[in-house]
Design a binder for this molecule. Structure first.
Ligand code: UDP
Length: 331
């Protein structure tokens, strides 16, 4: 069986491609390489450089290769950019997802696994950890653009023989433990990557956005999930849908949080390197604490995290950052 992975040249998508190949699946990657890299796609997978919004291309790929399963990672992911340029987020994440989904319906795709986000909850109003049935109040066009695609999938699955899983990611970090791929996007804004860059002197300093939050050390709390565990959840979701387990919307996180200072301390400890940490004002739009209730994915998919360990996440992120530096110095 051949599986289509949109955005398979990007951070999360490229890890998915490796997992699928390791599991013996044939893989076609559709990626327009706007933020991904052709070298991130393993030679054993076929890379098609193109846009998910090109319906003819997608339908041809699906039809000619008799693809029944699609992982959809392609999209725009920078929350502040979505605030300054909402229409491009609604185009990339919503409108083009609609085109992709239509192509899937026309070509009889039966399993569709969508890369969603905890941003659909906005600032969790009630209980932390947040459950899937919590109120959905995205606070950025990014979160809304992803939620709209979730809703389209719900309605399409009710009308057509397509089954779907929406996996709502909390803070994804780390890299392939075998060092085959990792987070390679330049100008990183995410905490763990930024701290690793600071440790390797790729940036002069690390900034902490806000130290006056109502948390034990005053910095924000997030639920950081190792990419390997996130990818395992996707693979289990595919099997669940193939076995007619039913549509699924599930959180992907560990159920406990870590502060910004805890993360920075771990990066210093693992790297053995010190770097400047500048205490800055709060960053607009940051919620105090975002932690997943992960009981649903555990009970529905039998998912058990194997890498729930900040030291391991940071070790793999640092190893990848160093490998990336060697690669970039060569080219
Ligand atoms: N953060 C920080 N300095 C950075 C990047 C992030 O202090 O250079 C903080 C950010 O304010 C938030 C947490 O780290 O409280 C996680 O931010 P990130 O951008 O990694 O993920 P988000 O939760 O915003 O999706």
């Amino acid at each position: 069986m051949t599986v289509l992975v949109t955005g398979g040249a990007g951070y999360i998508g490229s890890h998915m491609v490796w997992k699928l190949l390791d599991a013996g699946e044939r893989v076609i990657v559709l990626d327009r390489l706007s933020t991904g890299f052709d070298w991130a796609v393993p030679a054993e997978a076929k890379l098609v450089v193109g846009d998910i919004g090109d319906q003819d291309l997608v339908e041809t790929l699906l039809g000619e290769n008799e693809i029944k399963s699609v992982f959809h990672f392609a999209g725009s992911v920078v929350v502040p950019d979505s605030v300054s340029d909402p229409l491009s987020y609604y185009l990339n994440n919503t409108v083009k997802s609609r085109t992709l989904i239509e192509a899937c319906v026309h070509q009889g795709v039966s399993e569709f696994i969508f890369s969603s986000t905890a941003a659909v909850y906005g600032t969790p109003a009630e209980a932390i950890p947040v459950k899937e049935e919590a109120e959905l109040r995205p606070e950025s066009p990014y979160g809304t653009s992803k939620l709209m695609t979730e809703l389209m999938l719900r309605d399409v699955a009710a009308a057509h023989p397509l089954h779907y899983a929406c996996l709502r990611y909390f803070n994804v970090a780390g890299a392939d433990p075998l060092g085959r791929t990792g987070q390679s996007t330049p100008k990183a804004t995410h905490l763990i990557k930024a701290a690793c860059e600071a440790a390797l002197s790729k940036r002069p300093e690390m900034r902490v956005f806000g130290t006056d939050y109502p948390t034990p050390d005053g910095t924000c709390i997030r639920d950081y999930i190792h990419i390997t565990d996130l990818i395992e959840a996707h693979y289990l979701a595919l099997q669940h849908l193939r076995n007619e387990g039913g549509n699924l919307i599930a959180n992907c996180g560990y159920g406990h949080g870590l502060s910004v200072f805890e993360v920075i301390d771990m990066v210093k400890q693992v790297s053995g390197l010190d770097f400047d940490v500048v205490l800055s004002d709060r960053r607009a739009g940051d919620a105090v604490s975002v932690v997943a209730d992960s009981s649903l994915i555990k009970s529905q998919l039998g998912w058990q995290p194997g890498h729930d360990n900040l030291q391991e996440i940071v070790t793999h992120a640092l190893a990848w950052e160093a490998a990336l530096e060697r690669r970039n110095n060569k080219t």
